[in-house]
Ligand binder design. Structure first.
Ligand code: NAP
Length: 279
C-alpha cells in the first residue's frame, strides 16, 4: 500500500466470518491493481455514518451484507434496475462522488450456474424452492435467460404467490403449492434450493426428496456450508448434475470486481483463495 492505494471493503453485522477480503485482495494482487479491501463491522445505527465515511474517504467500492442490503438503498444516489428488481443492494460503486447501488447476488448465481452446470438456460423448466431474500434476485436474473417456465414454491405459500405477483408485469412466475412439488420437480430441468434447509449444523436435512428429480436434471443449492449439501449429494446419486453455492459467492464478488475496475475478474485465483481459507 502507498499513497495511491484505492480502498474497498465490506460492511455487515456480523462480519468477521466474511471471506470477501481474502478473495478480493487476492484478485487485486493477481490483476496488478493497487487496491486494498477490508471488512468493517457496522451496526445498523451507524449505517448512515459509514456511508458518509465512504464518500468522504473516496472509497471506490463497497460490498454490503446482512443486515444492511435493503436499508443502505436510501443512502445512495442511484440504484441500478437489477438491484431495484431484487429489492436489495450488495455492491456500491463510487463514480466520482456519486454512489451507485448494484445487486450482483442474483446475476452471480446465474453466472455460476451457467459456468458450472448448465450453460444454456433458455427453454428450460426451472423450479425455485424458497421465497426469502436470496430468491428474489435469483428469480429476476433467471428470467433474463428466457426459461420456458419459472416455477416458485415456498413453505409459506402466500409468500411465493406475493413474489410471483410482484414480478407479474415483467415476466411470468408460476406459484406451485409445496404439496405439488413432486410433480413439478419430475418435469423440471433445473431445481434450485434457495431455502436454508440443509445448511450446517442441520446438514442432514433436505428441502424436498432428491429422488423426485429426473436423471440428468440439475440439482442446485445456494448453500456452501457444507460445500455439497445432502440435497445435491443424493440427487447426484440418482443421476442428476449437482451444483453448490460456492460459485454464487465467487461470482457475486467477480461482478463487483468488474464493476469497480473495468477488468475481467481472475475467477480461478479468487476461488483458490476462498478454498484455502476454508482449509
Ligand atoms: P431468508 O430470507 O431467511 O429465507 C429463508 C427461506 O428458507 C424462506 O423461503 C423460508 O420459508 C425457507 N425455509 C426455512 N426453513 C424452512 C423449512 N424447514 N422448510 C422449508 N422452507 C424453509 O434467507 P436467504 O437470505 O434467502 O438465504 C437462504 C439461503 O441461501 C441460506 O442458506 C443462505 O446461506 C444461502 N445464501 C447463499 C449465498 C451464496 O453466496 N452462496 C448468498 C445468499 C444466501 P418461509 O418463508 O416459509 O419461512
Amino acid at each position: 500500500m502507498d499513497s495511491y492505494t484505492v480502498l474497498y471493503g465490506v460492511i455487515g453485522d456480523p462480519i468477521r466470518h466474511s471471506k470477501s477480503p481474502v478473495m478480493l485482495n487476492r484478485a487485486f494482487r493477481e490483476a496488478g491493481i493497487n487496491g486494498a479491501y477490508a471488512a468493517f463491522h457496522v451496526t445498523p445505527d451507524k449505517l448512515g455514518e459509514a456511508i458518509a465515511g465512504i464518500r468522504a474517504l473516496g472509497f471506490r467500492g463497497l460490498n454490503v451484507t446482512i443486515p444492511h442490503k435493503i436499508e443502505v438503498m436510501k443512502h445512495l444516489d442511484d440504484i441500478h434496475p437489477g438491484a431495484k428488481a431484487a429489492g436489495a443492494v450488495n455492491t456500491i460503486v463510487n463514480e466520482g462522488g456519486r454512489l451507485i447501488g448494484y445487486n450482483t447476488d442474483g446475476i452471480g448465481y446465474v453466472r455460476s450456474l451457467k459456468e458450472e452446470a448448465e450453460p444454456n438456460l433458455a427453454g428450460r423448466r426451472i423450479v425455485v424452492l424458497g421465497a426469502g431474500g436470496a430468491s428474489r434476485g435469483i428469480l429476476w436474473a433467471l428470467a433474463q435467460e428466457n426459461p420456458a417456465k419459472l416455477m416458485l414454491a415456498n413453505r409459506t405459500e402466500e409468500k411465493a404467490r406475493e413474489l410471483a405477483g410482484a414480478f407479474a408485469s415483467e415476466f411470468e412466475i408460476e406459484p406451485v403449492a409445496w404439496s405439488d412439488l413432486r410433480e413439478a420437480c419430475r418435469g423440471a430441468d433445473v431445481v434450485i434450493n434457495t431455502t436454508s434447509v440443509g445448511m450446517s449444523p442441520n446438514a442432514d436435512e433436505t428441502p424436498i426428496d432428491p429422488t423426485w428429480l429426473k436423471p440428468g436434471a440439475v440439482a442446485s443449492d445456494l448453500i456452501y456450508n457444507p460445500l455439497k449439501t445432502k440435497f445435491v449429494r443424493e440427487a447426484e446419486a440418482g443421476g442428476c448434475r449437482g451444483h453448490g453455492g460456492l460459485g454464487m459467492f465467487i461470482y457475486q464478488g467477480a461482478y463487483a470486481f468488474e464493476y469497480w475496475t473495468g477488468q475481467s475478474a481472475p475467477v480461478g485465483v479468487m476461488r483458490e483463495a476462498v478454498m484455502a481459507s476454508f482449509n
